[in-house]
Design a protein around this ligand. Sequence first.
Ligand code: ADP
Ligand code: MG
Length: 261
Amino acid sequence: MITQVENPILEVHNLTVAYNKKPALWNVDFSIPKGKLVGIIGPNGAGKSTLIKAIMGLIPLSSGYAKLFGQDLNSVRDKVSYVPQRESVDWDFPASALDVVLMGCYRRRGLFRWLTKSDKTLAMDCLKQVRMEGFADRQIAQLSGGQQQRVFLARSLAQQAELYFMDEPFAGIDATTESAILELLSEMRDDGKTILVVHHDLQSAYEYFDWIILLNTRLVASGPKLQIFNPKLLQQTYGGKLSVLSQMGDLLQEKEFPVRE
Ligand code: ADP
Ligand code: MG
C-alpha cells in the first residue's frame, strides 16, 4: 500500500542498498507530502537507519535515488537536518553541549562566518526546548545517553531546517522528556516543517505520527496512519512476532493474528 503524493517534499525511487552484497534495502519506493510528522517503523535490522543514511548521501546506493524538494541533496543541504542514531556517534569528542548546538548554527550560516550573539541566544533557546539548558557547559562525553540525545536534537533545531530526519530520537529518554519533545515536533509540523522519525514502539507510533512508513528491507506500506495500521500490513512488516502485534489488539480491534511459521 503506497499512497501517491502530489508535490512531494521527499521522493525515494527504487532504492537498493547492500552491505557486502547483502541487501539492507530492496527497491524502496515512496514519497512524502510536506508538513507531516512521519514515523519510519519496522523490526530491528529492517533497514530504517540505512534508509535515512542513504537519503542523506552517507552510504553508497546500489540503485535508485532520492530527491528532496524535487532536487538532489547537494542543492538543498541547508534545508535538511539529520539526527543520527545515538550509538553511531563518537561521544568522546571534546566539546560542551553548547558547542555541539552551535555546530548546528555553523551548518546554517556556513563555516567561515563568525558566530554572533544571536547564534548563542538561539543555541541556548534550543537547549531549553529539549530541557538541557542547565547542562550547556558540560562536556558531551559526561552526559547520559538520553541527555546526549537531547543535545543532538537541540543541534538539529538550531539548523532551522525545513526537512528533518531523526533516527530513534526517543531512545534512552524518560517519558516526560519524550512527551515534551513530541510536543515540540508537533509544533514544528504545525509550522509546516516535515519530520521523519525512526521509531520502534508500534503502540506510541499510532499516537505520535500522521504518516507511517512500514519497512522490512522492502517497503511494506507508506501512507496516512489510519490506512497503515491494519493487521495485514503490520503482519507483513513484523512477520510472526506476535508479541508486538498483540499489544496493538485494541487499536486494531482484532485480537487474533495469524502467525507465520
Ligand atoms: P535498523 O535501523 O532498521 O535496525 P539498519 O539499517 O541499521 O537497520 O541495518 C539493516 C541491515 O543492514 C541489518 O541486517 C544490519 O546488520 C546491516 N548493516 C547495517 N549497517 C551495516 C554495516 N555498516 N555493515 C554491514 N552491515 C550493516
Ligand atoms: Mg537503526
